[in-house]
Design a binder for this molecule. Structure first.
Ligand SMILES: [Mn+2]
Length: 278
């Protein structure tokens, strides 16, 4: 039995289509998308449509990520439409507007997927961890820290969210963090997904990396309108794609307070921050 798990597509249709081709060549018995199909990127409607097509036609399963929830929050009654918090997360509002009413499908998506394996074990797939879909695991964490975040450990677990893939054996559990299909943060520009193979009662995990057309992925930021209309953070996200590293987290660390206190505008903060990567 072969299972492919991909996650964190982040509206990168170019990477998503490339991974779909790679997965189809591998011919797995089951494919699971572990969330963050949309947002933090330019092609959310296209990525949602492709995910739903694979769900419908090929039985792919889907888990809800924190970015689906960010978009849902914009559809909640009384959701803010101004203020500095809104301006900072305008990218999410842009995604919400682009999706029309289609974001409502996220309400049906589950927190986890479970799959019974032929060796009697159960595969558990969540976006980040059982604690929440925002509490993720990193390759530099100790086994104790990873085990604490993922408690209760089950024999075979797949997670994502941090965009940094790794495989670990902890106690009697096999853990795979499948990384990001659309926006890797480990310095490797290859789109990442996980492959599980069950044979002779044993589960083997592998990370697969696939190069995609980065020029086209970058053009999508312009041609979709995301760069022009998504607010200043869209520029940071484009740069994340270029360098395969996270910029929103360090930007927020250094500039959230100064921006919220009115010491610097959001635009100026983003431009200043980006000069460190020129
Ligand atoms: Mn996530």
């Amino acid at each position: 039995m072969k299972i492919a798990i991909l996650s964190d597509i982040h509206a990168n249709i170019t990477a998503f289509e490339t991974i779909v081709d790679d997965i189809e060549k591998w011919q797995p018995d089951q494919v699971i998308i572990a969330g963050d199909i949309v947002n933090r990127g330019p092609r959310s409607p296209e990525c949602l449509a492709l995910a739903l097509k694979k769900q419908r036609e090929a039985g792919w399963r889907i888990v809800r990520g924190n970015h689906e929830e960010y978009v849902m929050a914009h559809g909640a009654p009384g959701a803010a439409r101004d203020g500095i918090q809104f301006e900072i997360y305008r990218t999410g509002y842009w995604t919400y507007k682009k999706l029309g009413d289609d974001w409502r499908i996220f309400e049906d998506w589950p927190f986890e997927q479970r799959l019974d394996l032929p060796n009697g074990q159960t595969l558990r797939v969540v976006h980040a961890s059982m604690k929440s879909n925002r509490t993720g695991t990193f390759p530099w964490q100790s086994n104790e820290d990873v085990a604490d975040i993922l408690t209760p450990l089950t024999p075979v677990m797949a997670v994502a969210h941090t965009h940094r893939p790794f495989i670990r054996n902890i106690e009697n559990s096999l853990l795979i963090n499948v990384g990001s299909a659309g926006l890797p943060f480990d310095g490797n520009p290859g789109a990442s997904y996980g492959r599980l193979t069950v044979s002779n009662g044993t589960v083997k995990a592998e990370i697969q990396r696939v190069f995609f057309d980065r020029a086209k992925a970058k053009r999508d930021f312009v041609e979709s309108g995301f760069l022009a209309e998504g607010g200043p953070l869209a520029k940071l996200i484009l740069h994340e794609l270029k360098i395969s590293a996270s910029l929103l987290a360090p930007f927020s660390y250094y500039y959230d307070e100064p921006v919220k206190n009115g010491e610097i505008t959001l635009d100026a903060a983003v431009d200043k921050f980006l000069t460190y990567w020129q």
